[in-house]
Write a protein that binds this ligand. Structure first.
Ligand code: HPA
Length: 287
């Protein structure tokens, strides 16, 4: 086989693997979710509340990468939230774990092959903008991908989507508006902001945070951008919600640690879950 033919078949192998994983998952449940969630660091508890739930450890799903990060359970949960069928990743896959960008977005591609139409991505993030203080929930308006990687690099599989996908409205405007409106109704002081994605796993230096602020970033984290790129490639609509678990490096005169990230996520858990519960029916109605 020529080199060109080989790389083409690799691109299509991704598609075949995603289809196999999707078929495996759908055989385990009668539910057919159109909405999927990716629950970030310390934010996985929501999936414990699903009704009629099927839980599948990532390790059991063909071709699925395993989550190694602390605060990530590493299972797919399919169930119902107030009667609406949803699938959730209880723990995501990060680039810093050593996975390739393609592996990081594999679950998103599986969702698309399962018939999912919309993905809600959540994450823990550092607050760069002064108002984005610890515990604040933020609707992501856009991202700046500084991971030095793009999951679409390499031969394109046209079966997933186009070579050059548009990212103009990557974080769906309608979803952002309905989430902000839900926040008002629930009395949650939601903000909106631009998320800068870095590869990690070291936290940023204060100089890097000053740089990120100057280029228009309000939040910083180590995830979400690759998944949104893959989701948009496959035509899925996306909503991103960050939980500000700490002030970004140098904003306050104190060091950062993962314990603080998990503790803050735990503190805002019920508010966060309340928001997701309010938003899911609105997204379902707008599918
Ligand atoms: N930087 C990067 N990622 C993060 C942070 C941070 O300050 N907080 C939570 N995830």
């Amino acid at each position: 086989m020529s080199a060109a033919a080989k790389s083409f078949s690799n691109a299509n192998a991704q598609f075949t693997r995603a289809e196999a994983a999707a078929r495996f998952i759908l055989k385990k449940t009668r539910l057919r979710p159109k909405i999927a969630l990716v629950l970030g660091s310390g934010l996985g508890a929501f999936a414990d509340e699903f009704v009629s739930a099927t839980r599948i450890p990532y390790a059991k799903i063909p071709h699925f990468p395993r989550s190694t990060a602390i605060g990530h359970a590493g299972q797919l949960v399919i169930g119902k939230v107030d009667g609406i069928e949803v699938a959730a990743m209880q723990g995501r896959i990060h680039l810093y774990e050593g996975y390739s960008p393609q592996e990081v977005v594999f679950p998103i591609r599986v969702f698309s092959r399962m018939g999912v139409k919309s993905v809600i991505l959540t994450n823990a993030a550092g607050g760069i903008k002064k108002e984005l203080t610890q515990g604040r929930l933020v609707v992501i308006s856009d991202h700046i991908n500084l991971q030095g990687a793009n999951p679409l690099r390499g031969p394109n599989s046209d079966k997933f989507g186009p070579r050059f996908p548009d990212m103009t409205n990557a974080y769906d405007k309608k979803y952002r508006e309905l989430t902000l409106a839900a926040g008002v109704r629930l009395g949650i002081d939601l903000a909106e902001g631009v998320y800068a994605a870095l590869a990690g796993p070291s936290y940023e230096t204060p100089a890097e945070i000053r740089y990120l602020r100057s280029i228009g970033a309000d939040l910083v984290g180590m995830s979400t951008a690759p998944e949104v790129i893959a989701a948009r490639h496959s035509g899925l609509r996306t909503l991103g919600i960050s939980c500000v678990t700490n002030a970004a490096a140098g904003v306050l005169d104190q060091p950062l640690n993962h314990k603080e990230v998990l503790e803050t996520a735990e503190r805002v858990k019920s508010q966060f879950i309340g928001l997701l519960r309010a938003v899911i029916p609105l997204i379902a109605a707008a599918l």
